[in-house]
Design a protein around this ligand. Structure first.
Ligand code: ADP
Length: 471
């Protein structure tokens, strides 16, 4: 049985438990339980990290990536647009796009928008990294597909969490700021409707459980009248069993003619197979990921005998060189909070980001750091990827990243230290090795894996420290 069949069947079985799952869509519902003291502080849920990525990458549009397009009929023409004018949007909508500061389409938008707006509608499966303009693209399509003479939901967008749904809705409201006639409704927790209500909004943006409740259980709107169906963060949706089942049930109810649009930052093979199985005849667009590399990173290690010594190493470095902003990675939240207290006592402005914070708290910590309100961000693995804070000059591994077996986690190392090279700025990485054999072994594994030397740094030697900033 194919994965899609499998899922479709399990979705059918889920029918009766549907509404009990809806209540589960709480803020940060997917959060990993707070780590025990001393235990590794792990990455939160996939949905949380998507949200954090969005926050981190606000305003970043990268156009250097290569794009790959697959379609079942290679003879059908494929357009790309270089300007928003070329899309023949409603003037008010175009005005909204410009008011958001978008002058030209991003790479993914160049390719996706003509497909999104094609007549007859075309199905699309699109993949590109967070921050490349996917949301803006599908929101623009959603808005431009609305027929304002019809007072019922025509466009349905599913997001995995409350926060992501709200983020998308926020973009839609901004883009539609000169189109007051387009109405949007959020189908998320906290939004309640009286029995017998009928939505007259054109666009529904929501989480799957609530959308199912509204569309099927209470019939607040007619899913059969939906002509555009967007699955945002498709990978997250599909990886969460409950959401997957609910999305399938919704998908089954939309008419065959409905335009299906799947967007995601990643698609593993399973998710892609699934997407292709349920989206008929899609155009598939993939924006190649910009590879991170260690090319402009100077890597050092410091031999330390204890956590105190590690702390002393950081103090010495700070005492000698002026550092823009720094991120310090710790293995456990206990170490992270101990370190941040110590640094605060020493008069440093420090932000602490760890897994026990709510999503809102994490966003606020990141916003402050990005605005430069704090110079040092101490974090656990909750932030191993995606932080493109340009001004970060030094990354310190207070603890080297290891996997569950204690071996070097080279992928995480690369995400912490690596740069995509687009800023062209050199970075400095400092690894604090605690003198134990295991820690040295991890360092050696990293050296071997990347084939790059990690230089020893003597933090008692002021000249040597000064040199790292000058070389
Ligand atoms: P994604 O959904 O791929 O994560 P977004 O659509 O959220 O990307 O876009 C990332 C950031 O770039 C947002 O802050 C958004 O407002 C901005 N943005 C999107 N498209 C453009 C554009 N064409 N020009 C300038 N900025 C854009």
């Amino acid at each position: 049985m194919s994965l899609a069949d499998d899922w479709a069947q399990s979705a059918d079985k889920q029918e009766s438990v549907l509404s009990s799952k809806v209540g589960g869509l709480q803020l940060g519902a997917g959060d990993a339980p707070a780590a025990e003291n001393g235990a590794a502080d792990d990455v939160g849920s996939a949905a949380d990290s998507s949200l954090l990525q969005k926050v981190i990458r606000t305003g970043l549009i990268k156009n250097k990536n290569d794009i790959e397009v697959q379609r079942s009929d290679p003879n059908s023409p494929l357009y790309s647009i270089k300007s928003f004018e070329a899309l023949n949007l409603r003037p008010e909508l175009l005005k909204g796009v410009y008011a958001m500061g978008f002058n030209a389409p991003s790479k993914i938008q160049e390719m996706a928008l003509p497909i999104l707006l094609a007549d007859p509608p075309q199905n699309l499966i699109a993949q590109s990294q967070s921050g490349t303009g996917k949301t803006a693209a599908f929101v623009l399509a959603m808005l431009s597909r609305v027929d304002i003479t019809k007072n019922y939901p025509q466009v349905l967008c599913l997001s995995p969490t409350y926060e992501l749904a709200l983020q998308t809705g926020d973009v839609a409201q901004k883009m539609a700021q000169y189109c007051p006639d387009i109405r949007i409704k959020f189908a998320v927790r906290g939004e309640e409707l009286a029995r017998g209500s009928h939505l007259d909004e054109h666009i529904v943006i929501g989480t799957p459980g609530k959308v199912l409740d509204w569309g099927i259980k209470f019939r607040f709107f007619d899913i059969k009248k939906i002509s555009v169906f967007v699955l945002d963060e498709a990978d997250v949706m599909i990886s969460l069993q409950g959401h997957q089942d609910q999305s399938i049930r919704i998908h089954k109810m939309v008419p065959k003619s409905c335009q299906m649009l799947f967007f995601s930052a990643t698609y593993n093979t399973e998710v892609m197979n699934f997407a292709e199985a349920i989206v008929s005849n899609p155009v598939i667009i993939k924006l190649k990921r910009e590879e991170e590399s260690l090319d402009n990173i100077k890597q050092y290690y410091v031999d330390c005998q204890s956590e105190e010594a590690k702390y002393q190493a950081i103090s010495n470095i700070y005492g000698v060189i002026t550092i823009g902003q720094a991120i310090i990675f710790c293995h456990t939240k206990r170490t992270a909070s101990w370190l941040s207290n110590k640094m605060i006592q020493d008069g440093h402005s420090v932000a602490l980001l760890s897994g026990e914070l709510t999503v809102e708290q994490r966003i606020s910590v990141l916003d402050r750091f990005r605005d430069g309100k704090e110079k040092i961000l101490i974090t656990t693995n909750v932030l191993s990827r995606g932080i493109d804070v340009e001004q970060v000059t030094i990354v310190v591994n207070f603890d080297l990243p290891v996997d569950q077996t204690g071996a070097a986690d080279c992928e995480t190392y690369l995400h912490r230290i690596g740069r995509t090279g687009r800023f062209g700025k050199a970075g400095i990485a400092i690894n604090l090795v605690d003198g134990r054999r295991s820690s040295n072994a991890v360092l050696q594994q990293i050296v071997q894996h990347f084939g790059r030397k990690i230089h020893k740094l003597d933090v008692e030697d002021v000249d040597e420290i000064e040199r790292i900033n000058k070389d």
